[in-house]
Design a protein around this ligand. Sequence first.
Ligand SMILES: [Zn+2]
Ligand SMILES: [Zn+2]
Length: 411
Amino acid sequence: MPGVRTLDLASRIGPELIALRRELHQIPELGLELPLTQQAVLEALAGLDLEVTTGTGLSSVVAVLRGRGGDRSADRPVVLLRGDMDALPVTEDLPLDHVSRHPGLMHACGHDLHVAGLVGAARILHELRDDLEGDVVFMFQPGEEGPGGAEPMVREGLLEVAGRPVDAAYALHVYSSEHPLGTWFGRPGPLMAASDEVGVRVVGAGGHGSQPFRAKDPIPVACEIVLALQTMVTRAFDVFDPVVITVGKFAGGTKDNIIPDDAVFEATVRSLSEEARAQVSRRIEQVATGIAEAHGLAVEVTHLPGYPVTVNDPDEYAFAKATIVDLFGEGRYTHQRDPEMGSEDFSFVGQLVPSAYVNLSACPVEDHEHAPDNHSPRADFDDSVVPDGAALLAELALRRLADLSSRRRRP
Ligand SMILES: [Zn+2]
Ligand SMILES: [Zn+2]
C-alpha cells in the first residue's frame, strides 16, 4: 500500500503536532519578525539530524535533511516543502482553550497549522531518511500576509541551500469554510492572482468652488479616470484572462466650496498571467494620462508591484493530485474550477522552480457553506487535519526524490 508508512508515522506523532499548533495559535505574530514562532520551530526541530539556518533580514527558518537512500552520486535531487508562519491583525472571537494571548493578533489564516504540518513532515522524513533518495529543504516563511517573506528568503539563498538547486517545490494551505473537513482541492495552471497596487494623483490647480473656469478641478477628472478604468478592463482584456481593478481609496478636497489642488486614489490590480499583468499596468498609465491631458491637467501614476501569479506546474500538480488520491482516496479530492483572485507569495518560488500548491479544508462544522472564511475573527480551523498535511508533504518529497533520482540513473 503506497503511503502507508507516512500516514502511520503522521498519526503516531499527530497529538504532538496538534499540541504544537495550539501552542503557536496562542502566540500569533505579524510580518517578517516572528521571534516567538521562530523559537518554537527551532525547538520543535531540535534533536533531528538537520542543517538549520535562520534568516538575516527576517525570522525565517530553513532546514535541510540529507537523505541516505538510493544512489550516492553528487547529482542528487532536491525538493522543497514550504510552510508560512505569520498571523493577522485580527482580534480573535472564538471560545477556544488555546485562544490568542496576543491582543489584536490572530492566526486567522491557519498558518499555525502549516507550521505544525511542516514540522511533522520533517519528523516523518527524518524517520524515513534511509529511503530518501535526495535532500529536502524545509522552508518556514514569515510575512506571507505582507510584506512578503518568500522573495527575501530566495535572495538569502533558499534555493541553493542544499548545495544543489531545488528541483521541485510544494506547499499547502488550509481553509476554514467552503468544503467539508478533510477535502483537498486545487487546479493545474493559474491558481491565484498577481496582486499589485497602483496610486494615481491628479494634479490640478485649486480655486473657488463658484468659479471653476478659473481653476483646474482635479475631482471630476479623477472620477472620470476611475470609471474609465472599469471600461478599459472590459474592452482591452480577454475575458478568459481576467483582470480586476478595484479602487479602494479615493480622496481629495477639504470643503464643498473649495476646489483642491489635487485628488488621489489607490487601486488593487489583480491578474492571472504575466502578460495581462504587464499590459494592465501600461494601460492604467495610458488611460489616466490621456484623460488628465484631455482636461488640461497632469497625472502622476505610481506602481507598487506585489506578488506574482501563483501557477501550478501541470506535471507537478498532476503528481500532487495523484499522491493525494493514493493517500486519502478519490472521495477526498475536489477539482477547483476557477482560480482565486487572492494572492500568495509562494509564487516567487514557483517562478523559479516547478511547483504545486494544494488546498485542504479544515472546516470544523457541517455547514461549510456558511462557516466564517479565513481572515474572519471567527475563522476556526479543525487541527485534526494537521497529520494529513504532514503526511502529504512527506509523501510528495519521498516520491518525487525517488522519481527524479531514477530518471537521473537512466542513461
Ligand atoms: Zn491569508
Ligand atoms: Zn494564508
